[in-house]
Design a protein around this ligand. Sequence first.
Ligand SMILES: Cc1cc2nc3c(=O)[nH]c(=O)nc-3n(C[C@H](O)[C@H](O)[C@H](O)COP(=O)(O)O)c2cc1C
Length: 328
Amino acid sequence: MTASPWRLSVAPMMDWTDRHCRVLHRLITRHTRLYTEMVTTGALLHGDQGRHLDFDAVEHPLALQLGGSEPEDLAQCARLAERWGYDEVNLNCGCPSPRVQRGAFGACLMGEAALVADCVKAMRDVTTLPVTVKHRIGIDRQESYEFVRDFVGTVAAAGCEVFIVHARNAWLDGLSPKDNREIPPLRYEIVHRLKREFPQLTIAINGGIKDDETIAAQLEAVDGVMVGRHAYHEPWAMATWDERFFGAHAPATERGAVEEAWMAYLDARWQQGQPWALAMRHALGLWNGTPGARRWRQVWSDHRLKSLPPRQVQAQATAARLGALEAA
Ligand SMILES: Cc1cc2nc3c(=O)[nH]c(=O)nc-3n(C[C@H](O)[C@H](O)[C@H](O)COP(=O)(O)O)c2cc1C
């Protein structure tokens, strides 16, 4: 049996999972599904489409995450996703930020299952790409399983076959987005129950997952696991994934090879006149867990070095890392 395309993925994260970040992740795992940051329908329909949608072919498989709640707008954006060559369109029904709530999308859409169903249907009518939904297990203090069950049931009836479930509620009344990723308790059993009661749907679980043993255990209960912050902060943690979860060769067996390929990427952009720091910030955790990692990160974060070519900074960072290694 071939693995579900949703078996492992890196979560959509605003300001984090941009094109540069996704290229870095691809140097470490080829098979993990990647997601863009959320792009709102307004930004796509009225803004610079190339800036929001362009990506590099190495980023496949890649999903575009949309934020919006107007079926017609979402349909237009789904068309764009297909034209640009994405592999999936994902609707954000889990983001609790006040800005998103004012736009009446994100997590508050969980209270409007019929509207989400209309959105999914409108997108499915215009694209052959899978249309998927990322959501929470509830909003505010609504903790009954029936609430999320009815949401999934209603949206599935409109044709959505893949649900990515962040296994905690979104508290829309006063918690910051950051607190909303930490304070509402994780309740994995709710997601497992969804899978048991909707066996025909693809259900992926998300929230607080940090190691391969937990991923493997979750895959016994659901079809997929989505990892967010851990993958971002500790990118090398993904180095085991292709072999362990996809039975495939990993693109790199050591961090040095990833660093080298990443430097080539930064250098190529530098040659075209682009600063490296915006891309490099995503790689600052590459050596985490090894002696000298902190020194390496400090050099790359040093504002005084930002105007140097990346290879020169790399030389300093490596010297600092290895110096710390020797001192250890
Ligand atoms: C900086 C940051 C930005 C995020 N932006 C988005 C987003 O654009 N869309 C979304 O659906 N979730 C977003 N999330 C939530 C993550 O996708 C994920 O659901 C959450 O971090 C829980 O997974 P984790 O515990 O593995 O990090 C964001 C999370 C972080 C940390």
